[in-house]
Design a protein around this ligand. Structure first.
Ligand SMILES: [Zn+2]
Length: 208
């Protein structure tokens, strides 16, 4: 069984949705919107940026522009753990959240390209990585994000939310991660090792 590639429906013309957008105009802050939530990391006078004109067709993402794919190579971050088909990548530089890792299939392709065997493993891998992160001290929750706007090699982000920090719940955790003091480098490395070895207890190999 093969999976049919799903390409975005691309047109050089903006969609009706895009044509309706207030491009270049002032956009008022929505009453009760995210900037007014307790979890939003900024306060004071803020404005919404004007929207730029659409870019169609969109520029290639990393890995689809003929350049070497950073998801296939490993120069964007150390591989903490891997098995035959999956790898868990860490981040060389500490972040502001207590732990942050990325799960990728070893073979190149986006979510739509994953063969059925990898898809069948994927749910189990999400659970294994979350469980590995939850074995760290002081983690209340693991957030899992997939964007796919920057790189074409399927990759899933995991962000650890520190226990007790209710303002860091939900949507804005990566924004808090950007502004909070970075975790000390030695603690960051210990955390990465801890996650790798916790994952390896159920299979695969820790590399740090
Ligand atoms: Zn790749």
């Amino acid at each position: 069984m093969t999976v049919e590639r799903v390409e975005p429906v691309e047109s050089a013309e903006p969609s009706d949705y895009v044509k309706r957008l207030p491009i270049g105009e002032e956009i008022p802050l929505p009453e009760g919107g995210i900037p007014f939530w307790e979890v939003f990391p900024y306060e004071g006078d803020i404005r919404i940026k004007p929207l730029d004109e659409p870019v169609l067709p969109e520029p290639p993402r990393k890995g689809e522009d003929g350049e070497e794919c950073p998801g296939c190579g490993d120069w964007e971050g150390p591989v903490l753990w891997s098995d035959e088909h999956w790898k868990l990548r860490g981040f060389t530089e500490p972040e502001g959240v207590p732990a942050q890792v990325m799960l990728l299939p070893k073979a190149h392709g986006d979510l739509a390209d994953l063969p059925p065997e990898r898809l069948a493993e994927f749910g189990g891998m999400l659970q294994r990585v979350e469980r590995a992160i939850m074995t760290l001290d002081g983690i209340a929750r693991v957030h899992i994000n997939r964007y796919g706007d920057g790189g074409s090699h399927f990759h899933v982000w995991f962000f650890a939310r520190p226990a007790g920090m209710l303002q860091l719940r939900g949507t804005c955790l990566p924004l808090w991660g950007d502004v909070l003091p970075k975790v000390p480098a030695d603690e960051w490395q210990r955390t990465n090792r801890h996650i790798a070895h916790a994952l390896a207890t159920e299979g695969g190999t820790a590399h740090v």
